[in-house]
Design a protein around this ligand. Structure first.
Ligand SMILES: Nc1ncnc2c1ncn2[C@@H]1O[C@H](COP(=O)(O)OP(=O)(O)OP(=O)(O)O)[C@@H](O)[C@H]1O
Ligand SMILES: [Mg+2]
Length: 264
């Protein structure tokens, strides 16, 4: 399988603090690859390094065979990487459709979007964006909600809509930073359904998540961080049974039960 996202010796220092420490991983194309670890382990920082929000202190990031570290965020986004944020970023007083369309305005700064809509976007351009947003709403099962105000949607739908917004720039890889945080079990099930369906349709996902039911259910491969350092990687099963991961993060909840001799 070919690589879609490759981090080589990635380090990020914030003054004295090493937030990401010599991180290597190789995410394969067409997979769901998760990055897990305790609070403060460096997960969001890693996403910010991949997307160009932060400069790397050292190391490099390759996407689809090309080095992207050092490029500005808009170029990285344009090259085919979408993302969502750990803290929800929605426009409450705009419709669901408009919230998705915002993702198509790469230059539009959050907050200035209304102005861009009203004054800048040509009618033809807006029509194109609207059609694309409607297509995406169909993909994520939210088409019937398109004219509702975002603030009137349940939190789970608001979070899922952010994945839709990330799809507006035609990404092949989407980075999700804690999409299940704050969701109830049925909302989590919906989220899993949207991720796995769109994954089957061609999106690769790099997932940061604390909810282990989500992670263990849908990941092909997992990288585990602790204090900025990779402490393990492997399939969900391998990671669940890794002593260091159990000690640093998971506890015993996920250890595959060993068969007692004689047990069937
Ligand atoms: N802009 C910044 N300036 C200084 N320190 C930062 C900055 N961003 C993150 N850090 C620090 O880097 C470390 C890693 O933070 P990060 O947000 O990447 O953790 P995380 O794994 O995403 O945690 P969580 O699960 O709580 O979201 C933390 O100690 C954090 O305080
Ligand atoms: Mg984080």
């Amino acid at each position: 399988m070919s690589s879609i996202l490759k981090a080589s010796n990635v380090t990020k220092k914030f003054k004295g603090l090493v937030a990401v420490d010599d991180l290597d991983f190789d995410m394969k194309d067409n997979t769901i690859h998760s990055l897990i670890g305790p609070n403060g382990a460096g997960k969001t920082t890693t996403v910010n390094l991949i997307t160009g929000v932060h400069d790397l202190t050292s190391g490099s990031v390759e996407f689809d065979g090309k080095i992207i570290s050092g490029l500005p965020t808009y170029k990285i986004a344009r090259s085919g990487i979408g993302r969502t944020f750990q803290n929800i970023k929605i426009f409450s007083s705009m419709t669901v459709l408009e919230n998705i369309m915002v993702g198509g305005h790469e230059q539009a700064k959050l907050g200035l979007v209304r102005g861009v809509f009203d004054f800048k976007a040509s009618k033809a351009e807006e029509k194109k964006l609207r059609e694309k947003a409607e297509e995406i709403l169909n993909k994520i099962g939210m088409y019937e909600l398109k004219d509702k105000l975002m603030k009137n949607l349940p939190y789970g739908r608001q979070k899922i809509s952010e994945i839709g917004r990330a799809m507006m720039n035609d990404p092949i890889l989407i980075l999700l930073d804690e999409p299940a945080a704050g969701l109830n079990p049925s909302e989590r099930a919906e989220l899993i359904q949207v991720i796995t369906k769109t994954h089957r349709e061609g999106f690769s996902y790099f997932l940061i998540e604390h909810n282990m039911d989500v992670v263990m259910n849908i990941s092909d491969y997992i990288t585990v961080l602790n204090f900025g350092r990779k402490i393990a990687e492997g399939t969900p099963k391998e990671v669940q049974n890794n002593e260091e991961v159990i000690k640093a993060y998971l506890g015993n909840k996920y250890v595959t039960k060993k068969k007692v001799s004689g047990e069937v």
